[in-house]
Each structure stands twice: as structure tokens, then as C-alpha cells.
Design a protein around this ligand. Sequence first.
Ligand code: NAD
Length: 518
Amino acid sequence: MTTLTTEQAETATTTNATPTTDARTGSPRASVELRGHTIPTGLYLDGDWLPVESTFEVIDPATGGVIAEVADGTASDALAALAAADRAQDAWRHVAPRDRANLFHRAYAVLMSRADAIVETMTLESGKPLAEARGEFQLSTDFFLWYAEQVAHLHGTYAEGSRGGYRVVTTHQPVGPSLLITPWNFPLLMIARKAGAALGAGCTVVVKSAKETPLTCALFVEALHDAGFPPGVVNLVHTTRSADVSAAVMADARLRKVSFTGSTGVGSTLLKQAAPGIVNASMELGGDGPFVVLDDADVELAAQQAILCKFRNAGQACVAANRIIVHSAVAEEFTRRFVELTRELTVGDGFTAGVDVGPIISAKQRDGVAALVAALSEIDSELLTGGSPLGRDGYFFEPTVFKINDRDNEVCNQELFAPIATIYTVDSTTEAIRVANDTSYGLAAYVFTQDLSRAIAVSERLDSGMVGINRGIMADPAAAFGGVKSSGLGREGGHEAIYEFLEPKYLAITVDESKGLD
Ligand code: NAD
């Protein structure tokens, strides 16, 4: 493993809350200048950036330094955002599909023209290496384009009543004003995927950004604003008081939908808050991804894909390989190669060329990773590489690999969300499936085998919403992304996602067949 020095000073020059003028409305607008890019720092309500009052700090995890101060929204700001979304709802749902699709295409063009600003801001506030940020940018804009194409292609059905006499016509209508809550680990993808589906369906939205990565969200919303999305259709609230802000919005009868990505605990709280008002809910929650390597797997391919699947985003991904489950026939060969590849990973500042693994998102999270390593060391296990934070500024941690000999421990039954790989050995395919399914989660799973029938047979028995067959990365706009069990409800992407924000409406139309004919 190589450790690079932080290339910090030139990255973050803050001229915080510098007022500039909004190109569309002409209003003054607070912003911050980072790496030559101007980023709005206020809340965005009803088509305007509000003046900044109280603020919170955004931290560069590669240095621990403050890079910006953004507006710290309150529950009453969020309710004002919901009121704006509610006012805009009726007009927005009646914008013709082609006009809505055209707006999406304009927003796509604006986003593409700002690729550098968005990619660099993502790396700055989330720590992910530039190459990963570029990949996320491409995937996010592809998602947006996918929805742009879907908007103009929503269809209903027409059928005869089962005993005749009337017709069954089914159409789809937007659910209504929606609250979109996003996490920090994929700062652009999460908002682009949710907002694309919601806006495409004709819903207006209040976006609640993650406090660690508000700037990427601000750039995304600014692009929609500049593309001409009407006032009130998109609203953005940053806050350090997520619980208060969400509780207030969730209790308001004008809210008709919540779409959340984040931890299972918070998802469960939101579902309870949704219950009294029967608020429609979609949940993309935590994962405990089993990465199964069978005895006939291409071991080199499996090891390389496991590296991607485990250490991308420093392990902070819901679909990361949380438990690597390897058949004993190939366990030694796989483990040797996986450890070798892990040691080759370069840890460092995301802006430095050649870096594979950036920092952990925060000091608190980095300390949590150290606590996990301590807990894993106490059970029957072997530390094969890594295990320590890097002694330098920022929140870096060595890519770490454990071989676990005894699975029957609390620490083996949780989402690691860290650059820690755990390898378990099994003696049969049946045991691999049993171990893979022995979790309350069910988001992504992976199977490596060179026999297609076997791959399908195993995939069908895995309790997960998605299965990667001989591949460790699988997000795609054309695919329905989501989980089962405590990993969530609903899907994002594919043909399904837009329907998460639509409700079928059935019209029963009496047809007197004796009329209308000569
Ligand atoms: P988190 O649940 O702590 O936070 C997610 C969002 O919820 C943030 O915006 C946060 O401010 C907000 N939040 C926190 N407490 C809240 C409350 N009481 N009420 C309302 N909102 C609240 O999760 P995180 O640490 O940001 O992200 C990591 C988790 O997200 C992991 O479990 C990961 O697996 C999951 N995740 C899932 C997916 C998926 O698609 N399934 C994608 C990315 C991340």
C-alpha cells in the first residue's frame, strides 16, 4: 500500500457567503468559491436562494479543514419549502409530458456543462477519488437522461368491464409533494436518482441534503433552476437538525410521499412517522452484501471484482461486499490474491493522481472503523493486512482484511460500511447460500461461478433485491435498484422507479352499447 501526502492548500479557498447575483432572478445570492467554482450556500425555496442566516460547517475529510459554511435550515424553513412545493404541484402535474421531458433535457445539458465543478466538489466534500467522482457523475446524469426519456412514455390501460357494460381505463397520477432525503456517500447519484423519478412523474419536491455533502446537492439544484424548472417545483433544505426538520414535514398533511436513502434505523423512524397520515414511502436502506465465490469460480476475476466491490468509496457503500463467502476449495488461492491486491491499493487525497481509496467521511466515522477493527480482533479471526488509521491529517484508514473463523458473533452481523473486508470459508454451495441469507438485510448479493445454470440457481435462492453474477458493480439506470427485508421498500431506476411517484387511477366509464350506432 502506498500513502500519498495530502494536496490540500490549493484545493479549498473559502470566500464564504460571498453574495453574487442569480442569473435567472437577479436576486443576490450567498455562495462559496471552491477550486474556482461558485457554489450557492443558501436554502433554495420557491425558485430563489434565500439569504443565509445561521450556518454549519462543511468539512473536507481529506484534511479535516472547513471548506464552506452553508445555511442551517429549521423546521419552519422546511415547512415553507413544503408550502412552495404544494402551491406548485397542480401546475407542474399539468405540464405536458413533452414539455417536462424537454426541461429534463435542458437540465441534462446544464449538468454536462458543469461536470468539472460538480465532480471536484464531490471529491472535496465526500473525499472520493476523482475517478470515482467522475464515474458517479456519469451514472447520475445517465439516470437523469433515463427519466427524461421515460417522462414522455408513461402509458395507461384500457379494458372491458369483466361483465360488460362499462370500460376500465387506468391512468397514472403524481402522488403529490414529496420529501427526498439523501445520504452523503453518493452525493450526486442519490439526489439525481430520486429527483429524476419524482419530477418526471410530475411531483414537486423538497430535498433534504446530507449535512456532510450539501454543496453537490446545491450544484444539482442550481442546474435545474438554470434550466428553467418553475419556482416551487424543486426546493432544497440543508440542516443539522434532520430529525426535527423531517418530523415537522412528515406530520404535515400536504406531504404525500417520502423517499429516503440511508440507514435502516432512520428508515424505520420515517416509516413510523409516515403511518398516521398514510404517507406513501420508498426506502433504500442498509445492506450486508454477501459476495459468494464458488469452487468453480474464476478466482482472479473474483478477487479483482471483490476489491472494487469492497473498497470503492472507502467501503462506504450500501452495496459493498460486506461478507466475502468463499468455498474451501478456492479459499486459500482467493484470499492470497485478494490480500495482495488490497496491499496494492493507494490511499490518499482524492485529488492526487493514482489514489484508489480516499478518506472516511468524518472523524467520528473513522473512529467507528477503528472500533470495528478492535471488535473483529477480539473474536476468532486473523488480521491479514491493514487495521490502522493513517497518522496524518484527514480521516484515512488502511484497507483492512480479516479472515473470520467463527461467524457466531454480533460484530459479524452488521453492516460494516468501512474499508474492512471479512472473509468466511464454507464447504458447499448449500452452506454458502445459508450463510449469505443469514442476515436481516437483503440489498445486493454477488455470485462467482463459471456455470451459468448454477449462477441462476444460486441467485434465485439468495434473499436480495439484486444479484451481481461474476461482477462486483451493477448500478445502471435501466435496472431496478433496491432491496428486500430490512434493506428497503420500492425501487429506483429501471421502468419501475417513476411508478414509485405515481398512483394508478381507475376510471369506470359506462358504455351503453345500444347508443351511438345507426
Ligand atoms: P443516515 O441514515 O444516518 O442518514 C441519511 C440521511 O438521513 C441524511 O440526510 C441524514 O441527515 C438524514 N437523517 C438522519 N437522521 C434522521 C432522522 N431522524 N430523520 C430524518 N432524517 C434523518 O445514513 P448515512 O450515514 O448518511 O448513510 C449510510 C447508510 O445509508 C448506510 O446504512 C447505507 O447502507 C445506506 N445507504 C443505502 C443506499 C441504498 O440505495 N439502499 C444507498 C446509500 C446509502
